[in-house]
Design a binder for this molecule. Structure first.
Ligand code: ADP
Length: 270
């Protein structure tokens, strides 16, 4: 699209030509639209728990204050909604920091397998409470596998993926993490036998606030920001994340993180 035609004649010379300046504003427009969508979505997400809190508080003030049973129930609901707002705001802040590159991560050599193992262990009780098997298979990999990353970034990536796998898998299902080596990367697959993701939704699940089923995600405590955060973190580590899924069968996320090749110490000459 031509935005401007400029022709500045030299003094004493008639104009002999024109300069056409082309500006491709497609990307700018797309970014502006994404920003507007984000503000609209964020406002909506924040308003929903606030409206509940207001409704419970008003009912308590109007008539329920002296009814001990109702009192307690409503205060518990208010407490839940405040927790929800808290998670949402923390996720929004994480994402904003990542997008403005303010997140400060020390990308030093990190032994990946023990960090993932700790993430898995942190979810063991929740998986058991949901009647799920949680399996960690590091294959032949051990603490010697190094990547250039910060432990906090790795924790956030795998916490989110394991948390989703548990959330979207029904009782008696299985959540499994399998690690392997590719020539220049470590590959970690997080798979589940859960509800799966319809084909049309798959390309959009890394978008901010995109959810296949909003009501279900909210009920399970989701914010719709987890995978957007994961995608940013993986990219900041120069890795890749892909997903395959079949509704009713399960979902598999594959994360590839480049290996750090630390030169072996040279043998000293005798
Ligand atoms: P949420 O907080 O809603 O879980 P995410 O950004 O983590 O948000 O995920 C976006 C959406 O992708 C989810 O709402 C859900 O619809 C879908 N999703 C993510 N992981 C899984 C999974 N393991 N199984 C099925 N659906 C998933």
């Amino acid at each position: 699209r031509v935005l401007a035609v400029r022709g500045t004649p030299l003094p004493g010379h008639p104009p002999s030509g024109a300069v056409l300046v082309f500006h491709d504003v497609t990307d700018l427009r797309r970014l502006e639209r994404m920003r507007q969508d984000f503000v609209a979505n964020a406002s909506h997400e924040l308003k929903t728990p606030l409206a509940s809190i207001k409704a419970y508080a008003e009912t308590l003030l109007d008539w329920a204050l002296n009814d001990d049973a109702v009192n307690r129930r409503f205060l518990e609901r208010i407490d839940e909604q405040v927790d929800r707002l808290n998670v949402l705001i923390l996720d929004m802040l994480s994402l904003a920091r990542l997008e403005s590159s303010q997140a400060f991560f020390e990308h030093g050599p990190l032994s990946l397998i023990p960090v993932i193992e700790r993430c898995v262990e942190a979810h063991r009780d929740r998986a058991a409470a949901g009647g799920l098997a949680l399996v960690f298979d590091a294959g032949s990999l051990d603490g010697d596998v190094l990547i250039l990353a910060d432990e906090e970034a790795i924790r956030q990536i795998f916490d989110n993926l394991i948390d989703n796998a548990i959330k979207y898998t029904a009782e008696d299902g299985e959540v499994k993490l399998v690690c392997s080596l590719a020539p220049t990367a470590v590959v970690v697959e997080v798979s589940d036998t859960g509800i799966g993701i319809p084909r049309d939704d798959l390309p959009r699940i890394f978008e901010r606030f995109y959810r296949v089923d909003k009501a279900r995600s909210r009920e399970l405590g989701g914010t719709g920001l987890g995978l957007a955060i994961v995608k940013h973190l993986v990219s900041s580590l120069r890795g890749q994340i892909t997903v395959t899924s079949r509704p009713g069968v399960g979902t598999r996320f594959t994360v590839q993180l480049p290996r750090a090749f630390v030169p072996a110490p040279r043998a000293l000459d005798a």
